[in-house]
Design a protein around this ligand. Structure first.
Ligand SMILES: Cc1ncc(COP(=O)(O)O)c(C=O)c1O
Length: 346
């Protein structure tokens, strides 16, 4: 049977055989009592890699962002976010419903906000206004096409935050993609942040989980918030073992996903789709087929029928393709042939 090429997301991956072995053999205990050595190993490792004092294993990127915002802000305060940030658009509205904070959106160029625009979005003094207390930065930026904030961008954000007494939280669901794309250590991208969440279940291919890093006292607060939202865990070392394995073995290989994304982007562009090649910096490619005879939805359906799965386009007509460890360069070549075939048959 021909392999289905699944480019819907980097979350679709199966755990590797070695990862399954690590999970099977994990030494576990009750994490409520801080008795699980594998959870502690993961948290210690994550804190070290990101250059922070402490870390907390959580169920998902969404939960990591949620507890970081709850622990870092007061209800009624304002959070600056990029207009298309995942935390704003795709986390079921927890900013309002659970955190009780007021998002202030700033439009970025392919998801990348400037420090000037962020500074201009800070509410001033005044009894009528909410108090701005946090900037949230998504690195890489998903809806922006996997674009990266650089170490210099982060330093500029830090300068703004320091001038106004704000915290910085990084939604670093794909922070290792950013680090690999920029050729820097992940801790350099975290240095100017107060807190950061990264996902294990995206490019790192784990079946579960995310980790929040920050100062000790902050992480203790996050632990309480995690409990409050029902995220306390027991023998979670089974899942943490996959994370330990991934941090050791799945980070450096992200460079392959980025090469494949570039090959795909250039191929789709050559086939006449609209692709912002400059925005293709990591493992995500957006292509717009609105101007083709099939249109974006038509193309997505036509290629699906031929075994190439993609994220269905939204109202803006952009089809999202995401590369990951189960996708080889040969798969990308086949994917391009499938797209070419669908376009020429229309
Ligand atoms: C940038 C970004 N942040 C956060 C999340 C949420 O992660 P999870 O699906 O683990 O809740 C995602 C998921 O796609 C994401 O892309």
């Amino acid at each position: 049977m021909t392999k289905v090429i699944d480019l819907r997301s980097d979350t679709v991956t199966q755990p590797t055989e070695e990862m399954r072995d690590a999970m099977r053999n994990a030494v576990v205990g009750d994490d409520y009592f801080r008795d699980d050595p594998t959870v502690i190993e993961l948290e210690t490792m994550a804190a070290t890699i990101l250059g922070k004092e402490a870390a907390l294993f959580v169920a998902s990127g969404t939960m990591g962002n949620l507890v970081s915002i709850m622990a870092g802000m007061q209800r009624g305060e304002s959070l600056i976010v990029e207009a298309d940030a995942h935390v704003y658009r795709s986390e079921a509205g927890h900013l309002g419903s659970v955190c009780g904070v007021v998002p202030k959106r700033v439009k970025g160029a392919a998801g990348i906000m400037t420090a000037e625009d962020v500074e201009a979005a800070i509410y001033g003094e005044g009894v009528l206004l909410p108090t701005t207390s946090m900037i949230c930065i998504e690195n890489t930026h998903n809806a922006g096409g996997g674009t990266c904030y650089t170490v210099e961008d982060m330093a500029q954000m830090r300068a703004v935050a320091d001038r106004h007494g704000l915290r910085i939280h990084v939604d670093g669901a794909r922070i290792f993609n950013a680090a690999i794309a920029l050729g820097v250590e992940a801790k350099a991208l975290a240095a100017d942040a107060d807190s950061l969440t990264f996902c294990l279940s995206k490019g790192l291919a784990c079946p579960f989980g995310a980790v929040v890093v920050g100062e000790k006292a902050f992480i203790a607060k996050c632990r309480k918030m995690r409990q409050m939202v029902g995220g306390g865990m027991r023998q979670a070392g089974i899942m943490a073992a996959a994370g330990v394995y991934a941090l050791k073995n799945m980070v450096d290989r992200l460079v392959d996903d980025h090469k494949n994304a570039r090959l795909l982007a250039e191929g789709l562009h050559a086939l006449g789709l609209e692709v912002d090649l400059e925005a293709v910096q990591s493992n995500i490619v957006f292509a717009n087929a609105s101007r083709t005879r099939l249109g974006s939805s038509g193309l997505a359906e036509a290629i699906r029928a031929k075994g190439l799965l993609v994220n269905m386009p939204g109202a803006n007509g952009r089809i999202r393709f995401v590369t990951h460890w189960e996708i080889s360069t040969e798969d990308i070549k086949r994917a391009l042939a499938i797209v070419a075939d669908a376009l020429s048959a229309s």
